[in-house]
Ligand binder design. Structure first.
Ligand SMILES: *Cc1c(COP(=O)(O)O)cnc(C)c1O
Length: 346
């Protein structure tokens, strides 16, 4: 028997009576608003739309979804925390993930006092099915976090493994697709109607170039959106951020052009990096970053820092690796010039 959504939600969340904001009670656009203790003067004096209706409609159109399948929040990292709060009873329920991966799954587990089972990815950075099978039927396992394409390894997880989890796991499967737009794969969001316990995380932070605006998305069934609406803070996306996001979405073409530039820069950087002796391996990437293995990861990282080039030291998760984000052409040139100098003094 497949667990229903109702069975998976924590009791205190099910019985929670949400805060009803002044602005969600009156639906018409014009009226004399004396209900929310706002200041009547100024440009940002009014509270934002609590359910971001316009933005969701635009996103639904772009992503080929129903607006009701979209939940928005001030960053998708905050949604990771909400997933724990909705489904995992502290000190009792568990979640599972596959490191090396995005650090927020671990931080949010600790924050919520929930045990996180970690099954390391194999040599190809893919899921170890044999290990997974030891845990997948655990009654207290409520959530599995997958990241595909994965950060920091840069690769997609195999579709067969993801499908295996979707078909066999009775809890909530979260697929973090923060980097989905940088490659040609079809989003799992297109399968939401087949999988009522699937949550797909996306963000405007990477491909849409809006990390500063903090627009994270959970794409999921209407029923799950209803639950997350209940527990969110009343005004969880500012009106400035909603407006900024709408403008970017209206300008789809220019964003797409830049994405093409980033991807061609990525190929150029890969080719150039391959020429340096210090670089031992460039892992295949479906994202806007490269995971690179070098002889001495810490030294490599510090040598670049000395040139004011900041990459992400990943030595603590994968020995002697750094993660390099693809920048503008001139930034990538400076990276390559610095490597030229570092390479020749080694
Ligand atoms: C960058 C990133 C995010 C984005 O988080 P936001 O809070 O929406 O900026 C989410 N997941 C992964 C794996 C990321 O790398």
């Amino acid at each position: 028997m497949t667990a229903s959504i109702e069975d998976l939600i924590r009791e205190n969340i099910k019985t929670l009576i949400p805060y009803s904001s002044a602005r969600s009670e009156y639906k018409k656009a014009n009226g004399i608003f004396l209900d929310a203790n706002e200041n009547p003067y100024g440009n940002y004096n009014r509270y934002p739309d609590p359910f971001q209706v316009k933005l969701k409609e635009k996103l639904a159109e772009i992503k080929n979804l129903r607006a009701g399948q979209i939940f928005l929040n001030n960053g998708s990292d905050g949604i990771v925390d909400m997933v724990y709060r909705v489904f995992c009873e502290p000190k009792k329920d568990k979640a599972l993930t596959f490191p090396p991966t995005f650090g927020m799954y671990t931080v949010a587990a600790h924050l919520n006092n929930v045990e996180l089972i970690k099954i390391p990815l194999n040599e190809e950075f893919q899921i170890n099915r044999e290990e997974l099978d030891k845990y997948i039927a655990d009654e207290n396992l409520k959530v599995i976090f997958l990241c595909s394409p994965n950060n920091p390894t840069g690769n997609h997880l195999n579709r067969e493994d993801i499908n295996y989890i979707l078909d066999n796991f009775k809890g909530i499967t979260v697929i973090d697709e923060a980097y989905i737009d940088f490659n040609k794969r079809i989003s799992y969001a297109q399968k939401l109607d087949d999988y009522p316990r699937l949550i797909v995380l996306q963000t405007l932070s990477k491909s849409w170039a809006l990390a500063g605006a903090r627009i994270g998305m959970a794409l999921m069934s209407e029923a799950l959106v209803g639950v997350f609406n209940k527990i969110k803070t009343p005004y969880n996306v500012s009106s400035i951020d909603q407006q900024t996001a709408l403008e970017a979405l209206e300008n789809k073409e220019s964003i797409q052009e830049r994405m093409i530039t980033i991807l061609s820069e990525k190929n150029r950087v890969i080719e150039a990096l391959e020429e340096f002796d210090v670089i031992e391996k460039i892992y295949p990437s479906d994202t806007n970053f490269l995971l690179v293995k070098v002889a001495d990861g810490l030294k490599f990282y510090q040598d670049l820092l000395a040139h004011d080039i900041i990459v992400r030291n990943q030595h603590n998760v994968i020995e002697n690796t750094v993660r390099i984000t693809i920048g503008k052409a001139e930034e990538n040139d400076l990276l390559l010039a610095a490597l030229e100098k570092i390479n020749s003094t080694n």
